[in-house]
Ligand binder design. Structure first.
Ligand code: MLT
Length: 248
C-alpha cells in the first residue's frame, strides 16, 4: 500500500485522493477545533469556503440549532458566535448543535478533497483515535493520503510534523508500505521534534503569529496529544464523529 503526504493542498492531484483514505491536517487550528467540537457533542461540523456561504446556510436552520464559527487572519469573524480557538468549542457552546465553520486554510483543504473513499480530520488532540482508523485501513491494504492544509499555499511546519507522527506510526509491523518523499521528510521532522510539540509551534510561522496575536492558550490545547479522542469523518458535506452511533 502507499502512504503519501502532500505538504500543501495545491500539490494534490485527483488520482492522489480518488478511492483512497485521506487524512486532512490543520493543527493550527481548524482540525484541532473540529475534534474538540465533536468531542463536546456538536451534532456535526460543516466546513465552508467563505463567511458568506456559512451565513447563507445558517438561514436554513432554526435558531438554536446552529453555531457560526471561524476566523479571518486568525481573528473571529464579526457576527459569528465563535472564532477558531479550540477551547471555545465547549459543550455549552456547541453541544447538540451543528457548527458551520470557515477558516483560512483548513476548511478549504477539506473542501478540496473530492472522490476519496473516506476523509478523516486529523490532529494531535485525536492522534491515537485517528491512527487506529488509519492502521485498520492500511491493514486492509487501502492506500492512504495525508493532506497538510499548510499556510496560504505554503508549507507549514506544524502540519508536516503532525503528518510525520502518523507516517511513523501507521506502517508499524505492516509489510510493504511505500512512502513518497514528502512522507519520508515529514517522518524526519517528527523524529527531530519527538514529543516537544510546543517547540514545533514555537518554530513555526503560524505558531509564532498566533502567539503574537494573543492566542498562546490555543497552542497549548493543540499540543495536548490524545486529549480529544474522536474520529471526525467528513462525508456528505458534513463532519460527524465516528462512534457507536455511527459505526462503519
Ligand atoms: C486555518 O484554517 O488556516 C486556521 O485554522 C487558521 C487559524 O485559525 O489560525
Amino acid at each position: 500500500m502507499r502512504l503519501d503526504v502532500f505538504f500543501t493542498p495545491g500539490e494534490v492531484k485527483p488520482a492522489d485522493v480518488t478511492g483512497r483514505v485521506v487524512a486532512v491536517i490543520d493543527v493550527l487550528r481548524a482540525s484541532t477545533s473540529i475534534a474538540v467540537a465533536l468531542a463536546n457533542d456538536a451534532k456535526g461540523v460543516i466546513p465552508f469556503e467563505s463567511a458568506d456561504d456559512a451565513m447563507t446556510r445558517a438561514k436554513q436552520f432554526e435558531k438554536g440549532e446552529v453555531v457560526l464559527a471561524g476566523e479571518q487572519k486568525m481573528i473571529p469573524i464579526s457576527g459569528f458566535s465563535l472564532g477558531n480557538s479550540p477551547q471555545s468549542f465547549t459543550a455549552e457552546a456547541v453541544g447538540g448543535q451543528t457548527v458551520l465553520i470557515t477558516t483560512t486554510n483548513g476548511t478549504k483543504a477539506l473542501l478540496g478533497v473530492q472522490g476519496a473513499r473516506e476523509v478523516v480530520v486529523a490532529s494531535y488532540v485525536n492522534f491515537s483515535a485517528v491512527l487506529a482508523m488509519l492502521r485498520a485501513a492500511a491493514r486492509a491494504n487501502a492506500d492512504i493520503t495525508i493532506v497538510c492544509a499548510g499556510n496560504e499555499g505554503n508549507f507549514s511546519l506544524e502540519d508536516s510534523a503532525c503528518a510525520g507522527r502518523y507516517v511513523r506510526a501507521i506502517p508499524k509491523r505492516l509489510a510493504s508500505v511505500v512512502l513518497n518523499d514528502a512522507a519520508t521528510a515529514s517522518a524526519l521532522i517528527d523524529r527531530r521534534y519527538a514529543d516537544n510539540i510546543e517547540k514545533v509551534f514555537k518554530d513555526s510561522t503560524h505558531g509564532q503569529a498566533l502567539a503574537a496575536a494573543g492566542f498562546e492558550a490555543d497552542l497549548a490545547v493543540a499540543a495536548s496529544v490524545d486529549s480529544f479522542p474522536v474520529v471526525p469523518i467528513f462525508q456528505d458535506r458534513q463532519i460527524t464523529r465516528l462512534g457507536p452511533e455511527r459505526d462503519r
